[in-house]
Each structure stands twice: as C-alpha cells, then as structure tokens.
Design a protein around this ligand. Structure first.
Ligand SMILES: C[S@@+](CC[C@H](N)C(=O)[O-])C[C@H]1O[C@@H](n2cnc3c(N)ncnc32)[C@H](O)[C@@H]1O
Length: 213
C-alpha cells in the first residue's frame, strides 16, 4: 500500500527518534519476527505488540491468532494509531472471537498485572537514550510469562554504520545502548534469523526469561 509507505516516511522525518525507520518492515521480516508464534500451543494465548507503526507485524501476528486469543497493541504515535483505526488489520477479529485492543500509549505504561505468552517488538532501540532502552527491556521481560517468547529486531550493520558518522555525544550514547543490548542478548536470547529482504536488512532475535529470573 502506498499510503502506509507515505505516512511512514513523513513520520521518519517528523518523529525520527521514535519512528527509527524509513519504511515499514517487509512481510519477510514480519514472518521472521512472528516465527515463535507460529509454533504456539493450542490453548488461548496473550500477545503484546509494541510499536505497530502501520501494522506490518500486526498483519503477520493476526495470521496465527484463533478464538479466545488476546492481542494488545501499544503504539506511541497518534498518526500511526489514526492510520490503524482507519485501516484496521483486526477487522474480522471480533467475528472470530479474537480480542484486540489498540493503546495509543508508551509501552512503559503497560499494566503491571499483564503477562504475555508472546511479545513482538518493533522499537528502534538504537535511537533511544540508554536509560530508556534499559527501562523498556526490563518492562518487557517482566511482562513475559515464564514460558513466553519475546521477539524484536535490529538492523544489520546499523550500529557500526551509525556510530561512525555520529557526533561524539551520540556515539557515546550508541556505545552505551550497544552494551545494554548485548548484555540483554547474552542473558535472554535463544535464537535469531537474518532477513536480507528488508530495508535495511535486519536480524529478528528471539528471547525468553533467563532461568534465574
Ligand atoms: C521502527 S517502527 C516499527 C513499525 C512496524 N512495527 C514495522 O516494523 O513496520 C517503530 C515504532 O515504534 C513506535 N514507538 C516508539 N517508541 C514507542 C514506545 N515507547 N511505546 C510504544 N510505541 C513506540 C513508533 O511510533 C513506531 O511506530
């Protein structure tokens, strides 16, 4: 759809820090990031999507949902929320008995009571302050159920590429973000998939609560 690409590009220019990408993710990245959900159990599951943008991952998530499942979507940007309400990928959910809610809010506000079997995250961590990355990763791993899977992606080479061309203060920020993300990966990651057909190419990472948490 041309509309979602145009909106995405306008938000890339107007809200660069939170949008963090020039175009919506490709269906192949959507498939890779929702791969754990394709192996879901037959019981009803709860899914949290973080940073839906124009719904590239939402459409892939919905392919795996069935009656009794629940999908909570957190999207900070009201322009993206307006777009999703106007073109809801979850249009047929009510008929199928799937409960979907869109929250126009920061994911750090997700209820402390909620636990999710799958968390699919599209946030551009490399654009954020280290404290924000740390806080969001803690919130998400905390909200994951004991057997749950948290998937997120990062652009291949983006960290190395960006840190070369940034001003020193931004380079320091990226180095600190890189350290936080690497420590998180060491503790929680159990797999990943590379997706070359995406702009830019990306790596979908799969994480779970560490044994000691
Ligand atoms: C890189 S885009 C990904 C969009 C979509 N998932 C895709 O892959 O095409 C990041 C999205 O995260 C949203 N976002 C950024 N910070 C957020 C936060 N703290 N809580 C919820 N959404 C956030 C942005 O508004 C944007 O829509």
């Amino acid at each position: 759809m041309l509309k979602d690409v145009t909106l995405f590009y306008s938000q890339f220019r107007d809200s660069f820090t939170t949008t963090g990408a020039i175009a919506p993710s490709s269906p192949l990245l959507g498939k890779a990031i929702t791969h754990p959900l394709s192996q879901r159990p037959s019981r009803p599951v709860r899914v949290l999507e973080v940073g839906a943008g124009t719904g590239a991952f939402t459409r892939q998530i919905l392919k795996h949902l069935r009656a009794g499942d629940q999908l909570d979507i957190y999207e900070l940007n009201s322009r993206f929320c307006d777009y999703l309400r106007a073109h809801p990928p979850w249009q047929e959910c009510a008929l199928k008995g799937i409960f979907c809610r869109l929250h126009n809010a920061d994911v750090r506000g997700v209820s402390t009571e909620s636990r999710y079997d799958y968390i699919v995250c599209g946030l551009p961590f490399n654009n954020f302050e280290p404290e924000v990355v740390s806080e969001i990763l803690s919130v998400l791993i905390e909200r994951l159920s004991p057997e749950g899977v948290f998937s997120y992606f990062e652009y291949i080479f983006s960290h190395e590429f960006k840190s070369r061309f940034l001003k020193p203060s931004d380079r320091q920020r990226m180095i600190r973000v890189g350290a936080i993300v690497r420590a998180f990966i060491r503790k929680h990651q159990f797999g990943y998939r590379q997706v070359w057909l995406n702009l830019p190419p990306a790596k979908a990472r799969y994480c779970r609560k560490a044994a000691q948490t």
